[in-house]
Ligand binder design. Structure first.
Ligand code: GCV
Length: 651
């Protein structure tokens, strides 16, 4: 593991635990993992694992009860000893990491009994990793952290120690599932389901000791492309039998296999529409095959027409997922989970919460976010997404006292931002996104800034306050800074087509992808109202349908997502839209420059390699932010003819 960054588990973070007398009561594979962790820490810091007698820390499972995967655990400190009691092996492991998080606090003073229980059943990372290098997308689709951790040049990598270390990091923030291949399943990757399941099993063996289940993306056309059948029609008996056999083979190789992830009828992927069947038919076919083994199918709701005519103002990509899936609520099998991107479009820096998440009272759902930062700086820019994800999870689709998205979702899924980069995430500070995702998935109502405190505390265990303050200064507002210098007021997609990095205001304006801003000389934005627009606003329940329908009540930051307004329209801030566009782009660049300055002042407070990597990336971030500012401002000045009220340089 030489040269690999320890992430949020540097050896030093284990000092308080490793210096103690620790009693471990229980048995099972995950208890063995706990024992190894404690024993390594004690070897380093002078403590010991004791069999009885006085102890500082007791890690225990209930006596004599069968131990399963249960995740709940309790931490308390009474009578001079700290006790972690868990209901299952995973719980004990999570309890151990909670003690690490608490540090010295776990061993001093009183610690009132606290029960920790995850709010979501499954907290999964989807790797968009290809087995073979794809001619356009490379090894990892939208990957900005080097190559795949799992695959290289057509086969499974044998860097098992690295996979094990990854599993350890994930367990320490509560993640319990990983999907090991891209949802765009190409020919080579399709074979993982059958002939090459042994390679998946080898990866699963490294993830398992940290309580992580392995999932696989499969192609809906598998019976045709792998099985030689003439159809993949979900209602054909031969197709059903083919899937049953395939799934049986998977469980023979991986008895605790988690299930499938499926992208169907989306961006050219095969799906049930080919056979005139619904997505419930499709999902239930796979759910039926997985059910006898306790597996789950995560069926993605990212279904839309990517060959739209830009001249056609009636089709609205934002509507698509709801139009396809809301009518199917109640038709999905119990082990079919509808996996919904958090916004209706595609991981833009600002989108409303997907209305699908408010339309599934009888369907299990998973919220999908994107840690890889495809549209939020591609891990070249600092963009900590904790506050954005938290806003999504706290959103109440029915308003008032209705449940939040975080309360209704069964699972939380993130598109992984990890690769074989020595810093795991390409941008060393993007590790904070991964950690925050895991912790928010465990507790969707957690305060993201406190989660960031945890990440800082673990990653930099003996950090002086100055470093913690500096990291907060750089990270806390970084998402809003990114929003300021990129796309204004919820408009989205002003990026370079294809690779999606850097500005191109009209890059997607006359394309088939359904992502338009409709800027002309008078105004900008998409009319998605029920009264005069595409009707998207009416996909929400009240009060949101009304809030978004009216220009007067629509939140500023989403104004151009829902409305086409003149440049002179006055926002709640009292500024016109055009002045807001100019001001926020100038402010965003200044904030990026300021973050770069703060970062420079943190040199000497961390490993030089980490500081240097981020410093280099800040040069690129500031360059890119200036490019965004100048292209956006020049574009809108030229379209509108309205000068900047402050007379700043616009080209
Ligand atoms: C995996 C966007 C990305 C694609 C991705 C797709 C998806 O369109 O640009 O690379 O494909 O989302 O989520 O399926």
């Amino acid at each position: 593991m030489n040269g690999i960054d320890p992430g949020w588990l540097p050896p030093e973070a284990f000092r308080p635990l490793g210096a103690r007398r620790v009693l471990i009561a229980g048995s099972g594979p995950l208890v063995d993992t706990v024992r190894r962790e404690v024993s390594d820490a004690c070897a380093r810091f002078g403590g010991e694992i004791v069999r009885d007698g006085p102890y500082d820390l007791l890690l225990r499972l209930p006596d004599g009860e069968p131990v399963g995967d249960e995740e709940e655990f309790t931490v308390a400190r009474e009578g001079g000893a700290t006790t972690v009691t868990a209901l299952g092996g995973r719980g004990l492991l999570y309890g151990l990491f909670q003690v690490v998080r608490l540090g010295e606090e776990a061993f001093s003073g009183a610690l009132p009994r606290e029960v920790h229980r995850p709010a979501t059943a499954l907290r999964m990372l989807d790797h968009w990793d290809n087995v073979a290098v794809h001619p356009v997308m490379g090894q990892v689709e939208r990957g900005y952290a080097g190559g795949s951790l799992f695959w290289r040049d057509g086969r499974a990598r044998e860097d098992f120690a690295r996979i094990r270390a990854y599993a350890r990091l994930l367990a320490a923030c509560g993640i319990n599932a990983v999907c090991v291949n891209n949802v765009n399943v190409h020919a080579v990757e399709a074979e993982l389901l059958t002939d090459r399941i042994g390679e998946v099993a080898a990866i699963a063996a490294e993830l398992r000791p940290y309580g992580i289940r392995t999932h696989l993306s499969v192609t809906f056309a598998a019976p045709v492309v792998l099985g030689g059948l003439s159809t993949a029609d979900p209602l054909q008996e031969a197709v059903r039998q083919w899937w049953a056999r395939a799934v049986h083979g998977v469980y023979e190789a991986i008895p605790d296999f988690g299930g499938f992830v499926v992208k169907a009828d989306s961006e050219g992927r095969p799906g049930p529409f080919t056979y005139g069947r619904s997505h419930a038919d499709g999902a239930n076919l796979l759910a039926g095959a997985l059910a006898p083994y306790g597996g789950t199918v995560h069926w993605r709701a990212f279904v839309y027409d990517h060959r739209q005519d830009w001249r056609d103002r009636t089709t609205d990509r934002a509507r698509a997922a709801y139009d396809h899936f809301a009518p199917l609520d109640g038709e999905f099998a119990g082990n079919a989970v509808l996996q919904v991107k958090h916004g209706p479009m595609d991981f833009q820096v600002r989108e409303p919460v997907s209305p699908v998440l408010g339309a599934l009272s009888r369907t299990r759902s998973a919220v999908e976010v994107q840690a890889t930062q495809e549209y939020t700086g591609q891990q070249r820019h600092v963009c900590w997404l904790g506050p954005m994800w938290s806003e999504v999870l706290r959103f109440r689709p029915e308003g008032g006292a209705g449940p939040t998205v975080g309360e209704s979702a069964r699972d939380l899924v993130a598109v992984s931002n990890v690769g074989d980069d020595p810093f795991w995430t390409g941008h060393p500070l993007a590790q904070a996104n991964l950690y925050t995702f895991g912790r928010l998935a465990w507790r969707p109502d957690a305060d993201p800034y406190r989660v960031l405190d945890e990440w800082i505390g673990l990653t930099f265990p003996s950090a002086p306050e100055r470093l913690a303050d500096g990291l907060h200064a750089v990270l806390d507002g970084s998402w809003r800074t990114y929003e300021k210098y990129t796309a204004p007021l919820g408009v989205g997609f002003m990026v370079q087509p294809g690779h999606h990095y850097g500005p191109s205001v009209d890059g997607y304006e006359y394309s088939p992808w359904g992502t338009y801003h409709f800027a002309d000389r008078d105004g900008v934005g998409v009319d998605r109202t029920a009264a005069t627009g595409t009707g998207y606003a009416a996909q929400y329940a009240k009060p949101w349908a009304e809030v978004y329908e009216s220009v007067a009540s629509c939140p500023d930051e989403l104004l151009l997502f829902f409305h086409h307004v003149p440049y002179g329209h006055v926002l709640r801030s009292g500024k016109t839209v055009i002045q807001h566009i100019y001001d926020t782009r100038f402010e965003g660049v200044e904030e990026a420059e300021e973050a770069r300055r703060v970062w420079a002042g943190l040199a000497g407070l961390m490993a030089p390699a980490r500081h240097e990597r981020v410093a280099e990336l800040f040069e690129e971030q500031v360059r890119s932010a200036r490019e965004w500012r100048d292209q956006l401002n020049s574009y809108f000045l030229r379209k509108s003819g309205v000068p900047d009220a402050h007379g700043r340089t616009i080209y």
